[in-house]
Design a binder for this molecule. Structure first.
Ligand SMILES: [Zn+2]
Length: 539
């Protein structure tokens, strides 16, 4: 690279640095809403382009990645692995951010990233890791355990996925054009445990000053790759294969990996400094060979022992699982009765999704009529979970708990219908169709109910719905009894539309006091669009 090109690149990086905002957030919650991920897993980093902050780019790095580093009990190797895991996450997210900053205007309407060189997976984070480190790292002890609040060991070992650009990562290319034919290694995946020496080396200034300068990017690549593992699937596979699939073709490295190449010749080393470097490299390659040989011999020994008549291995001991029994909390019945009494006010009838425990707690406090502390609420939920009555409750370690209503313990279905609003007249099928379209417009335009959060302020939604309605032309407007267009949906009409929507599982239903709730769409939505009884005379 010429000096001018280097300077140009440096300027581009500095300009990018002005635009990027770095944030720390928890890997177990959504970055915008703070609601726990529904999947229960965790993310290491997320790069976003918040509409309100344009042209700023935000990189969120999961703070749970740094938590293990705050203990003094880590040994040198553990610290090196955990440091690298956090650093490579930063590299990964930075690649996404640079694309968002430098992409051409035309590309802004596409959500996917471009393909890098001959790769078939459009994921620039992995591409950057691959170029820098000669593969992508994944940890044997995932940080998701920390993220879920469990006490656990640090990363312990990092394995490299030297071949990340495979059908295992096909979901990253959703929405991108398919490149046909894919390269042959697209259908196999390699995993290599990387010795901890590499992580020491990469975090040593001396390595960068001498070694990396001397041998260029190749010297930085992960290694030595001593014993690898390869899984292959047929080249007709289109979806992500299951790694536990026993029919996958599995191979150990000795049988397919190309050797690291001949030892470096001595005549290339002219200066004492070069001789020292080559000495070290040759020692590394000899170690690789001897480890591979040792492994092969060990495998052969085991095979001989199994084929021979040695004693059978004892079966693994099965430890009994101890489940603590929680006694009934003192205020359990009082809270239960309160929830039964406030069945509609707290919108328990329309609750058919996972809800964070603190959200429901706040609804109870806002509704009033019951004074409880958060600990009492949590005890109540834990007891409900144990007795399998009212709510299912999950909480892992220190994480936020999530609850879900179950059928047991609530009033029977027959007595569960809400009363009609005052002055109710049933909206026509046409009104309901229009209502649905307006709701979709509001949700799309203002991102109400974003990030899976199902409740929204009643009044705010009503106002926004009317703003959308005001864009309709005369032909599209609802008509009154005298066939005159109605310019504004009044409160009474809105109440009737929401009630009808609730009765017919249409789309929007009742949330807790002053809130609307988005319904989980029924599978037979088409059926529901048919007129229900007489059309309404005034709508
Ligand atoms: Zn990524």
């Amino acid at each position: 690279m010429t000096e001018t090109a280097q300077q140009k690149l440096q300027t581009q990086f500095l300009q990018a640095a002005d635009v990027i905002e770095w944030c720390l957030h928890s890997g177990r919650t959504e970055i915008d809403s703070g609601i726990p991920h529904a999947t229960g897993g965790g993310a290491y980093g997320t790069t976003s382009e918040p509409v309100l902050l344009q042209p700023k780019i935000r990189i969120h790095i999961t703070y749970e990645l740094f938590e293990p580093l705050m203990t003094m009990q880590l040994n040198k190797a553990e610290r090196a692995l955990d440091t690298f895991r956090a650093a490579s996450t930063i590299v990964h997210e930075l690649a996404h951010a640079i694309w968002l900053i430098r992409r051409p205007k035309l590309a802004t309407k596409y959500r996917t990233e471009p393909f890098f060189e001959l790769e078939r997976t459009a994921e620039l984070g992995f591409s950057a890791e691959n170029v820098m480190f000669g593969g992508c790292v994944s940890d044997l002890m995932g940080a998701s355990q920390h993220i879920l609040g469990r006490d656990c060991m640090p990363a312990a070992a990092i394995r490299s996925r030297s071949s990340w650009d495979t059908v295992w990562y096909c979901e990253y290319s959703k929405g991108s054009p398919n490149l046909i034919p894919p390269h042959p290694s697209y259908y196999s995946r390699e995993d290599w445990p990387i010795p901890v020496e590499w992580f020491f080396k990469i975090q040593d200034q001396g390595f960068w000053d001498v070694w990396a300068k001397k041998f260029g990017p190749k010297a930085i690549h992960m290694g030595p790759k001593v014993v690898g593992y390869r899984r292959s699937v047929p080249n007709t596979t289109v979806t992500k294969p299951d790694l536990n699939d026993k029919t996958l073709k599995v191979g150990r490295s000795k049988h397919w990996a190309a050797p690291e190449g001949p030892y470096l010749p001595w005549d290339a080393a002219k200066t004492p400094e070069n001789i020292a470097i080559m000495n070290e490299e040759n020692a590394r390659r000899r170690k690789t060979d001897s480890l591979q040989d040792a492994l092969e011999r060990r495998v052969q020994d085991v095979r001989n022992a199994v084929v021979g008549t040695g004693p059978a291995w004892p079966p693994p001991a099965i430890l009994p699982r101890i489940i603590p029994v929680i006694p009934e909390p003192p205020r359990y019945l009082e809270i239960k009765n309160h929830l039964l009494n406030c069945w509609y006010e707290l919108a328990i009838d329309t609750m058919d999704f996972n809800m964070p425990e603190h959200t429901m707690f706040n609804y109870i406090l806002a509704e009033g009529g019951l004074q409880i502390t958060f600990s009492e609420w949590r005890e109540f939920l834990e007891y409900s979970q144990q007795t399998n009555v009212l709510f299912m409750y999950t909480r892992i370690g220190a994480s936020t708990g999530v609850l879900r209503k179950i059928d047991r313990g609530w009033p029977p279905v027959a007595v569960r219908t809400r009363p009609r609003p005052n002055f109710f007249t049933r909206p026509s099928a046409r009104s309901m169709r229009m209502f649905r379209r307006l709701c979709l417009d509001v949700i799309d335009k203002w991102a109400c109910f974003e990030d899976g959060f199902k409740d929204h302020d009643w009044n705010d939604f009503y106002q926004r719905l009317n703003i959308r309605y005001s864009y309709e032309n005369d032909r599209m407007l609802l008509k009154d009894a005298f066939r005159r267009p109605i310019r504004k949906i009044n409160r009474r009409m809105f109440d009737a539309l929401v009630y009808q929507s609730y009765r017919t599982n249409f789309m929007i239903t009742y949330g807790p006091r002053n809130c609307l709730r988005l319904m989980t769409p029924p599978s037979n939505a088409r059926e529901r669009l048919r007129p229900q009884g007489d059309p309404c005379p005034t709508m």
